[in-house]
Design a protein around this ligand. Structure first.
Ligand code: FAD
Ligand code: NAD
Ligand code: ISD
Length: 426
């Protein structure tokens, strides 16, 4: 049994939703496009899962956060896909792909043929077992990647009001989940191996601002160590976690955010891979001309840094997806993807944005004891990255614009003195 489409999007996450919207804007015909997703729901804004979805009061629930509301655009409900003649094959995992024959085989035994394939398989959460620790399948241990994980996290969280949560990992999931747990009146201890939180992005000075803020909300930090084992009770629930430094923490629940791996396995040996993702050119086209890759799974040339990167952020998923569709439908009119990396987070009353690259020397500015502060990264004499906490829309636009210009910086002292003003007048 089988079906054939002109365009197939493999994966039904953020990139798939934005790609579908772009196909419709550019005039795809009914019956030409299909999305196949392992998830049982139409594409949604994944960032909501660690923020609005976890709120105790009036939490975000589907259908409110289907794509593309995260960009303040229309909300693509299942009805929208139907009205535009887009086939949504949900709750269906693709188990193998043959790029030579241009086919995908689903777990239900169906063969889906395509002329053009967009791979948007995203990533999976790394499991503790991959670091030699067993027991993370216990019912009160939570990972967070998709709607099912988030639904489970809410139910575990609701069953341990006033209890103790241990959050493993000091990255995005750790920071955003710790904040949500606190808002749900749970006592939180964060454990991570680095010297400070958000080690992949923050300078020690920026990190210490957030750590102090979290401490003021009651969060405890245990840094420079990792979890080594779980204590389980007779119901198979975790009751405590042991750390490499010899300490043991009581736990009513555990949340784990220790990074991700891009979902490339269907294409290993068939497409060129780089940086843990599917290598694509500036049109998001892989080593096979009929296969494009977008979002977390794509390693693409970031023009402004003359380097191939794989980014794990929603803005990149949205824009790379749109670019791939433009390149597919209007190849002559579509140039190379010229992307300015953009990351952000919102926790408690705080909100930050980052643009560019955090390479080179850091110059901090603003009031680190107040509401608005930031940093610039200077590499090889040019401003390459900008961070701002507590900015206004205009200020965020200002740092984005200045970072894209990559201005030459001759005097670091002068840059520090001008602070945010430098970006706003660049
Ligand atoms: P995904 O959105 O992960 O979608 C991949 C899809 O492919 C899924 O539906 C999956 O089920 C499907 N799939 C995979 N393999 C198969 C298969 N074999 N068969 C069928 N279907 C398959 N980024 C930010 O910039 N800001 C944020 O605030 C932010 N918050 C986040 C919060 C959470 C909880 C998470 C998990 C991520 C967050 N991110 C955030 C990252 C952002 O969500 C991702 O970068 C983005 O979702 C990537 O989009 P994608 O479409 O590439 O992958
Ligand atoms: P991450 O890469 O942000 O952080 C991983 C963290 O795991 C590290 O900071 C480190 O503290 C920790 N770690 C690594 N190995 C460990 C070990 N053996 N034991 C204990 N801790 C260990 O990844 P994440 O926080 O898991 O986030 C997953 C994905 O979700 C990322 O792609 C991220 O970009 C995305 N996400 C993004 C946002 C956002 O952009 N606001 C929010 C949530 C999730
Ligand atoms: O980009 C985002 C983000 O940070 C969210 O929480 O999209 C979601 C929401 O805006 C959708 O509800």
């Amino acid at each position: 049994m089988g079906r054939a489409f002109v365009y197939v999007i493999l994966g039904g996450g953020v990139a798939a939703g934005y790609a579908a919207q772009e196909f419709v804007k550019r005039g795809v015909s009914h019956g030409e496009l299909c999305i196949i997703s392992e998830e049982p729901v139409a594409p949604y804004e994944r960032p909501a899962l660690s923020k609005g979805f976890l709120l105790p009061e009036d939490p975000a629930r589907l259908p409110s956060f289907h794509c593309c509301v995260g960009s303040n655009e229309e909300r693509l409900t299942p009805k929208w896909y139907k009205e535009h003649g887009i086939e949504l094959i949900l709750g269906t995992r693709v188990k193998s792909a043959d790029v030579r024959r241009k086919t995908l085989l689903t777990v239900t035994g169906e063969t889906i043929s395509y002329k053009i394939l967009i791979v948007a398989t995203g990533a999976r959460a790394l499991k503790l077992e991959e670091f030699g620790v067993t027991g993370s399948d216990a019912e009160n241990v939570c990972y967070l990647r998709d709607l099912a994980d988030a639904t489970r996290l809410v139910s575990v969280m609701q069953s341990c009001k006033d209890g103790n949560a241990v959050v493993i990992g000091g990255g995005y999931i750790g920071m955003e989940c710790a904040a949500s747990l606190v808002i749900n009146k749970i006592n939180v201890t964060m454990v991570f191996p680095e010297a400070h939180c958000m080690g992949r992005l923050f300078s020690p000075k920026i990190a210490s601002y957030y750590e102090e803020f979290y401490k003021s909300k009651g969060v405890k930090f245990i840094k420079g160590t990792v979890l080594t084992s779980f204590d389980l009770n007779s119901d198979g629930k975790v009751t405590a976690v042991s750390l490499r430094d010899g300490s043991k923490l009581p736990a009513d629940m555990v949340v784990i955010g220790i990074g991700i791996r891009a979902n490339t396995s269907l294409f290993e040996g068939q497409l060129t891979l780089e940086k843990g993702g599917i290598k694509v050119n500036g049109k998001m086209q892989s080593s096979n001309t009929s296969v494009y890759a977008v979002g977390d799974v794509a390693a693409f040339p970031v023009k402004m840094f003359a380097e191939t990167r794989r980014l794990e952020h929603v803005d990149s998923a949205r824009k790379s997806a749109r670019h791939a569709v433009a390149a597919i439908m209007e190849p002559e009119k579509t140039g190379e993807f010229d992307y300015l990396p953009f990351f952000y987070s919102r926790v408690f009353t705080l909100s930050w944005q980052f643009y560019g690259d955090n390479a080179g020397e850091v110059i901090h500015f603003g009031d680190f004891s107040g509401k608005t502060f930031g940093a610039y990264w200077i590499n090889k004499g040019h401003l390459v990255g900008s961070f701002l906490e507590g900015g206004t829309k205009e200020q965020y636009e200002g740092i984005a614009k200045a970072t894209r210009l990559k201005p030459a910086i001759e005097d670091l002292g002068e840059l520090e003195r001008q602070g945010l003003g430098f970006a706003l007048t660049a």
